[in-house]
Design a protein around this ligand. Structure first.
Ligand code: MSP
Length: 651
């Protein structure tokens, strides 16, 4: 235990001026995914999150409610902690800047930097944005307004302490140049470098205009600037000046994760503060994009804030986390919509992953009385599946190391798709008909179980409850807390003989229609606990999947008359049909050539799925598909036997 490598990851400490929303949940879930991944790799992980509780903005929010700041904040912080429990955030500690440990460390640091001459008393005059707690110079304003939030600024003059940042600028630039991974993604690094090169001004690090902050120890009429205070949480959280052993173990931080809005604080002010303290810099500062709404940014004043607690109640924690982690491409903004969330649940989780597991379990129950068989001789197809699994392991690892969360889950999705395709290609239902193929059938089942085992390990950092839930059905491998990441890189670890059972669907399908019936969820409170009875969403199992008549009506099925037909050259299975559909003529390529001649098709009336997306087959565009019944031996094209005109609807 003692010698394990350590990994220290942080989120920003959030302002408890109001309840948190899905944007804050994004950073916290992404950092949690990373923390879980590193733990599975065997690291000794310290994951720190918390709340940034000082400053004028918080003081005002409390006063508006007629409350003392600390009483107001205590309520919000309780909600924040509950929300993180609901989202299964595995933080090691939760730091509040109003705690005594933070006050002591901030005061000691302020005094030290003052005594060494990097902080000095002067007078400040400038444009101040109070919601952002930030002073701006004239040239930093955007059309006379705050460049960050666009609100009005006011001219303020006060005696203040200043931090001499320019002194450290050349060292910081050199550090950024020598450590290309220090600021990620690259676009943010460039932004930071340009900002530093444009000249750093001394930073005003104390305030006299309000009291809600940590007093400057040697001049009590000043409180420490809220950002100077807040950034220090990353040191306090791992015991700086208080627990030397803890601090030595975890500092420097491996990753500070945040959105792009606060990258400059973390990539300029913070490293300079650390340089002034002679402390090593964090290894990486990573800024992801913003989650936007279709109408723009999320904000309380617009009343369009999405509460992640409500989403978890509706869709389950694994699904919400999966959606968040997959949705934002590396460093880019993304748009939140509940419809996309539902689509992800239905396609990635219910159809692909859930079905892979339930189909495999059902087949093992049917063909092997629920006992996982042993694998026999491997074929080329099996090796392809193993290769896909290996690829998924390497890619998922590589992407997570880079904090490219979305592509990490794309890599796991590819393995799920490959395994589903493997079922179609290996056709176990055919093998089951032949008693001489029992060994082959066993091999196919074993390979599927192995693929699922690997998928469950790879997705465990994103979906912490899935492995336990799936394993209850599959009778395998314990829980995600004990799962070892590198086991996903090995093939053949499942022992045969375990008993598989059929359980509840892992990801119930959700009817998108429920969205139309429900008003948008904009509540501010972080609801926790779940009452399935209350869910308005219509949950259905993937197996009993049913569709509405409206959904069926989306299929444009028509009577079509074959007016010409020819065999596709160099393709034994394909016929090219010219169809008359009412007044329209169209070409459809169909794989029926081994069962019908071109001549016998001419004059027949068939059923055409007319609104299928056109595809090119062997160089010929096919505009639709004709319907046929088939088993493994024969194909029977559906024909209309009465004299119904072409173009009429089939319904
Ligand atoms: N208190 C400061 C941070 C101090 S860290 C030493 C602060 N707090 S905040 O409550 O405004 O949180 C900002 C952070 O919340 C962002 O950097 C990001 O991590 C997260 N997000 C808030 N809204 C977000 C989106 N709409 N989208 C993505 N992340 C968002 O700044």
């Amino acid at each position: 235990m003692e010698n394990r490598k350590s990994f220290y990851i942080t989120t920003p400490i959030y302002y408890p001026s109001d309840n948190l929303h899905i944007g804050h949940a994004y950073t916290t879930v992404a950092a949690d995914c990373m923390a879980r991944f590193k733990r599975m790799q065997g690291y000794d992980v310290f994951y720190l999150t918390g709340t940034d509780e000082h400053g004028q903005k918080i003081e005002r929010a409390a006063r508006e409610k007629g409350m003392e700041p600390i009483d107001y904040i205590d309520g919000i912080v309780t909600n924040v902690k509950k929300l993180w429990q609901t989202l299964l955030i595995s933080n090691t500690d939760f730091i509040r800047t109003t705690e005594q440990r933070q006050k002591e460390v901030v005061q000691k640091i302020f005094t030290r930097v003052y005594e060494q001459g990097d902080i000095f008393l002067s007078e400040y005059e400038g444009w101040y944005c109070s919601p952002c707690e930030t002073f701006f110079t004239e040239r930093q304003l955007t059309e006379g307004k705050c460049p960050d939030c666009g609100r009005d600024v006011e001219m303020l003059k006060e005696a203040s302490y200043f931090f001499n940042m320019s002194k450290y600028a050349p060292r910081l630039l050199e550090h950024i140049e020598n450590n290309p991974d220090f600021i990620q993604p690259e676009s943010r690094r460039n932004e930071v470098v340009n900002f530093i090169k444009s000249g750093l001004e001394d930073l005003c690090v104390s305030r006299t205009t309000f009291q809600w902050g940590i007093p400057v120890p040697f001049n009590q009429s000043h409180v420490v600037y809220v950002w100077f205070d807040a950034l220090i949480n990353y040191l306090t959280g791992v015991g700086y000046l208080q627990d030397d052993e803890l601090f030595a173990k975890y500092w420097p931080a491996d990753v500070h994760l945040m959105a792009k809005d606060i990258i400059r604080f973390h990539a300029i002010i913070w490293p300079i503060m650390l340089m002034a303290l002679d402390l090593p810099l964090p290894k990486k500062v990573m800024a992801h994009g913003w989650i936007m709404l279709e109408g723009g940014k999320m904000s309380k004043s617009k009343g369009n804030v999405i509460d992640p607690g409500i989403l978890v109640n509706k869709y389950g924690v694994d699904a919400v986390r999966y959606y968040l982690i997959k949705e934002l491409s590396f460093g880019q903004d993304g748009v939140y919509s509940e419809e996309i969330l539902i689509n992800r649940i239905n396609s990635d989780l219910a159809n692909d992953l859930g079905n892979l597991i339930s189909r495999t379990a059902a087949m093992i129950i049917k063909y092997f009385a629920g006992v996982i068989p042993t694998a026999g001789t491997e074929t080329e197809l099996d090796l392809q599946l193993q290769e896909a699994a290996k690829q998924a392991f390497y890619e998922a690892t590589e992407k997570l190391e880079k904090l490219d969360f979305s592509n990490y889950l794309h890599a796991t999705s590819r393995l799920v798709s490959r395994a589903n395709k493997y079922i179609d290609e290996a056709a176990p239902w055919q093998l089951a008909k032949d008693p001489f193929q029992t060994e082959r059938l066993g091999t196919v089942m074993y390979n599927l179980i192995e693929s699922i085992r690997i998928v469950l390990i790879l997705t465990a950092p994103a979906m912490p409850t899935l492995m336990v839930r799936a394993n209850q059905q599959l009778g395998l491998w314990g829980d995600s807390a004990k799962a070892v990441w590198n086991d996903a890189g090995k093939w053949g670890m499942t022992s045969s003989g375990a008993q598989v059972t059929r359980g509840e669907p892992l990801f119930p399908r959700v009817d998108v229609k429920t969205l139309e019936e429900e008003p948008a969820e904009t509540s501010a409170s972080a609801k926790t606990g779940s009452n399935q009875q209350e869910l308005k969403a219509v949950h259905k199992t993937a197996e009993e999947d049913s569709i509405t008549i409206e959904e069926f009506a989306r299929l444009d099925l028509r009577v079509a008359e074959v007016i010409a037909c020819e065999k596709m050259k160099k393709a034994d299975k394909l016929l090219i049909l010219s169809l008359k559909v009412g007044e329209e003529e169209r070409t459809v390529v169909s794989g029926i050539a081994q069962h019908y001649t071109a001549e016998e098709m001419v004059g027949k009336k068939v059923v055409l799925l007319a609104n299928l997306k056109p595809v090119k087959l062997r160089g010929v565009m096919s505009h639709g598909m004709i319907l046929a019944a088939s088993d493994d031996k024969q194909i029977d094209v559906l024909m209309v036997s009465k004299d119904i005109d072409s173009g009429e609807r089939v319904k």
